[in-house]
Design a protein around this ligand. Structure first.
Ligand SMILES: [Zn+2]
Length: 536
């Protein structure tokens, strides 16, 4: 993959040499190169590979093997459709057996056909759409539009109306479609059994170098030459050139594979750029249907596609994989749960001598617990929660342990301008106890390390609080469970929020400590620099 803003033939030749060497190094045997009919591509083939005169193949100088040069047949077909749509009239010369009298094809016949059937519930030319007749410029690259025109249903409808509805002039257009459909059928065979399934001998694989289909391709190339030489309305010069070349290259390539490499049959539908084009389409879809995708999107898209492809060939269904992932996730959850329980047990046991908050600490705890209570109520939107957590009486003193003989509400009252929430005893007491546990963990190197290393610090902390406040477990701090009448787990909701607050500050502190080492020398350097400059 080469990121490129403007492709030139020279650049392409460089890429080709690199890719060819790479493919050789991994033992790939390259038979053909397929490009679309862009100017840079034609120049690359003609001037860089063929020294000025385009050949159907070049000879690899190291192996002596031919390398066939093909303009993607799918692009050729799209170009025929686009030429027909924009130029409106084709006047074809005769072609042996296939088009004995030549024909005149008019795009307007297709439009008339579409309009004739427009109001019908059932249409013969059911593949025709308004987009086929008036494609937007972006749609001109769509194979679907080309095949909706060059399809048997369109051709058969034209024939039908030519015979039964006084539209004899449509015969010429139908004959042209017949010829193009035959060409397309022959060069688009991708499976060995397509001809059998479709009951159409033109879709059989090529089984011998004497196959009539290869002869048809050569005849078609001469037909195109004659058509172009006639100067009558036809394809553009580029389309004539590329399509003619490709018919000859495909025929030669198939003969080579059958006669020299001993292939049993050749599927011409694989000698095109379809596979890589569809991969590009897939990558664009994965990038949000974006036409110009970045290298990064290509790489990420390829990873997704590979995973999907592995899945496809693994023989597993998506449901089976889903089950495995889910049972794996729940198993993992169970084991981490158990490990966390054990860790919480041991940490709770080692929590001895919990520190009391200072008066200053108590003030902040009071303030924060009010804010946390308010946050819980805001989330649950529940009057009962409010009753359980918030003090209705702004003047009620906080009744706490004897240890609290100072006014914990001072700070809140100081900063309060009427909007702050006063916690009730429960909220404050729980907050104080959480603070004490967190402080103790933070001041112990061993416990701090255990907390930091935990997979989910908050849920571990919640479990520790449960253990130290559990009466039946002889917990040292007695804070009851608290469910409001509607079932909100107020203790859990508060502890989680308090932990978030504590952790946020603790992390700030850790970051500051970690950065101190790197900041100090810089500061010194700066001072040294300043002082040295002051000496000058
Ligand atoms: Zn509630």
């Amino acid at each position: 993959m080469y990121p490129m803003s403007k492709l030139t033939a020279a650049k392409q030749y460089e890429c080709y040499l690199e890719v060819a060497a790479l493919l050789k190094s991994i033992s790939f045997n390259v038979i053909a190169i397929s490009v679309d009919n862009a100017t840079a591509n034609r120049k690359f083939f003609t001037e860089y590979l063929c020294n000025g005169a385009l050949q159907t193949h070049i000879t690899d100088t190291t192996t002596g093997q031919p390398l066939f040069l093909i303009f993607d047949p799918v692009h050729g077909l799209k170009n025929v459709y686009n030429n027909f749509q924009s130029r409106k009239v084709f006047e074809c010369p005769p072609m042996v057996r296939n088009l004995p009298d030549g024909c005149c094809a008019r795009f307007h016949d297709i439009i008339d056909l579409y309009n004739l059937e427009a109001a019908m519930t059932l249409k013969k030319a059911h593949k025709l759409t308004i987009a086929t007749l008036y494609p937007k410029s972006i749609e001109k690259t769509s194979v679907k539009l080309a095949t909706s025109l060059l399809s048997e249903s369109t051709r058969d409808a034209l024939k039908f109306y030519a015979v039964h509805e006084d539209k004899a002039s449509w015969t010429g257009t139908a004959n042209f479609l017949t010829l193009m459909i035959k060409l397309w059928n022959i060069i688009n065979v991708k499976t060995r059994t397509k001809g059998k399934h479709k009951r159409d001998y033109t879709m059989d694989p090529v089984r011998s170098s004497l196959d009539w289909k290869l002869e048809f391709l050569r005849e078609f190339a001469s037909f195109l030459q004659e058509w172009e030489d006639s100067k009558k309305p036809g394809l553009t010069r580029e389309t004539f050139f590329a399509l003619r070349h490709t018919c000859l290259s495909l025929a030669e390539c198939a003969s080579y594979l059958l006669d020299h490499l001993g292939f049993d049959y050749v599927l011409l539908g694989h000698l095109q750029s379809d596979a890589i084009e569809s991969r590009f389409g897939w990558l664009r879809q994965l990038s949000g249907a974006n036409y110009y995708i970045s290298m990064r999107q290509v790489i990420e898209g390829n990873i997704k596609i590979r995973a999907l492809s592995l899945l496809k060939y693994s023989g597993f269904s998506v449901n089976e994989i889903d089950d495995v992932i889910q049972s794996d996730a729940s198993r993992k959850r169970n084991t981490t749960d158990l490990a966390e329980d054990a860790l919480a047990d041991s940490m709770a046991e080692s929590l001895l001598h919990l520190r009391w908050p200072s008066s200053n600490d108590a003030n902040v705890i009071f303030y924060v617990s009010g804010a946390m209570a308010r946050s819980v109520v805001r989330i649950t939107r529940c009057e009962h929660c409010k009753e359980e957590l918030v003090s209705p009486d702004p003047l009620a003193p906080i009744e706490m342990d004897d240890a609290f003989d100072y006014g914990a509400a001072t700070f809140l009252e100081d900063v309060n301008r009427g909007g702050l929430t006063r916690p009730n005893d429960y909220s404050f007491e729980l907050a104080v106890n959480c603070w004490r546990v967190f402080e103790t963990i933070k001041s112990s190197l061993a416990l701090k390390a255990q907390l930091l290393a935990a997979e989910c610090q908050r849920s571990l902390f919640v479990k520790i609080i449960d253990r130290v406040t559990d009466i039946s477990n002889c917990g040292q701090l007695l804070v009851s469970e608290n469910y409001c009448v509607r079932g909100h787990d107020l203790k859990l909701l508060l502890v989680q929020r308090l932990f978030n607050c504590f952790a946020k500050n603790a992390i700030k502190q850790l970051n500051t400590e970690a950065n101190q080492g790197s900041r100090q020398p810089a500061k010194r350097r700066k001072i040294a620099k300043l002082s040295s400059s002051s000496h000058q």
